[in-house]
Design a protein around this ligand. Structure first.
Ligand SMILES: Cc1ncc(COP(=O)(O)O)c(C=O)c1O
Length: 383
């Protein structure tokens, strides 16, 4: 079976994890966490980068930092992972779901303003498949209505928009280093604090509500309870694993781009014949300052039945492909949250969720496997 996803672990990852075990301390914010921060700073120019145990916890942290509470509304796409909405709901605030665009499955920035009310506090955008949302327009809306922007960049590390990395444009950005992501520590994430106003509070909330980080830097002689908080920091073992992965950043990035472009080039004729709709080609080239990171390769089928039949066909032939998010506004949880209110009608979200198929995408995917997958898809459509 060709799996949908598989992590890439080399001797470097194994060596660095073993090295971290020999260090005096293996708790959070140790030697390897500092190394990750330095690397992220050197490579991406990102300063206020705090590792967390997952992107879900980074999103939870963001909602605490923004002081979201009952009565607040937060606009976000419904086509996203549950964690984007959970973060807001856990604070007692209400997610307001906005439709997506068919072209790239990102939030439709032209539909945001109609959802803004005096209760709106923030917009959580999601860069689906590493394709960045129309951030210039979204930042303008945020400025006009005095709203915070959080970028759920779980899937978008390494992607750029007008020269800026995903996660560095809004007030706060969140990354994921889950097993399914381009760079992984098994479970892991990070929060990027771009709005300096939130920095000292973020550091405290991440450290159980204490000023322990200040204490460790020698700025205070003891640390105390300062604010609400929880334990959001990962063990240094995980940071060692992540450090190895990030040291292989370019190698992994290039390999994924090459797989992505093989799929794209070979499936373009099916798109031209109107049989499928490919995602836009926003892949990296050296002359672009807006590009995506080859996180996912997906296309849209004509219907849900056709998509399911294709997934089944590939499965019979030994290839694991998959759909993606079930729209949150149609979920059992949201049914409970909205009570007797009617659900919003989000046509693109509902249709695209039924039509999307994602193909295997991982570092070790071989050329002959890619060719085999392409051959099967062509066979399916030319039957
Ligand atoms: C858009 C989005 N947000 C948040 C998450 C949660 O990430 P994590 O598994 O690191 O908590 C994911 C995970 O797939 C995601 O795709």
């Amino acid at each position: 079976m060709i799996p949908f996803n598989k992590h890439t672990i080399t001797q470097l990852e194994k060596d660095l994890v073993m090295q971290s075990l020999d260090n005096d301390k293996i708790c959070g914010d140790g030697i390897f966490t500092k190394k990750v921060n330095e690397l992220i700073n050197q490579k991406f120019g990102i300063k206020n980068f705090l590792l967390t145990t997952s992107c879900s916890s980074a999103l939870d942290l963001s909602a605490i930092i923004l002081d979201l509470k009952s009565g607040d509304e937060v606009i976000m796409p419904s086509f996203t992972f549950v964690s984007t909405a959970n973060a807001v709901v856990l604070r007692g605030a209400k997610p307001i779901f906005c439709d997506i665009k068919k072209e790239n499955l990102n939030i439709d920035e032209t539909k945001i303003e109609a959802l803004i009310t005096p209760r709106t506090k923030a917009i959580y955008v999601v860069h689906y498949a590493g394709q960045i949302c129309e951030m210039d327009k979204i930042m303008k809306i945020a400025k006009k209505y005095n709203l915070y922007i959080v970028e759920d960049a779980a899937q978008a590390i390494g992607s750029k928009y007008n020269g800026k990395y995903a996660g560095t444009i809004g007030d706060i950005g969140c990354y994921s280093f889950h097993d399914t992501k381009n760079y992984t520590s098994g479970e892991g994430g990070a929060i990027i604090i771009n709005n300096e106003f939130f920095l000292s509070r973020a550091e405290i909330i991440r450290e159980k509500g204490t000023n322990r980080s200040q204490f460790l830097r020698g700025e205070v002689d003891k640390y105390t309870w300062q604010d609400v908080g929880s334990s959001f920091l990962p063990s240094d073992l995980l940071s060692a694993l992540l450090y190895a992965q990030l040291n292989r950043f370019d190698e992994i990035f290039e390999k994924r781009c090459s797989i992505w472009s093989k799929y794209y080039k070979n499936l373009l004729d099916l798109d031209k014949q109107g049989k499928i709709v490919l995602q836009p080609n926003t892949l990296y080239t050296s002359n672009k300052n807006t590009f995506s990171n080859a996180h996912i390769f997906y296309f849209l089928c004509k219907s849900e039945d056709e998509r399911n039949a294709l997934i089944q066909y590939l499965k019979q032939k030994g290839v694991q492909s998959t759909s993606h998010f079930e729209p949150l506004h149609c979920s059992p949880m949201y049914r409970r949250l909205r009570g007797s209110l009617p659900p919003p009608k989000l046509t693109n979200t509902e249709n695209c969720a039924k039509q999307i198929i994602r193909l295997p995408m991982f570092y070790d995917l071989k050329d002959d496997e890619i060719e085999y997958i392409i051959k099967l898809i062509k066979e399916f459509y030319n039957k």
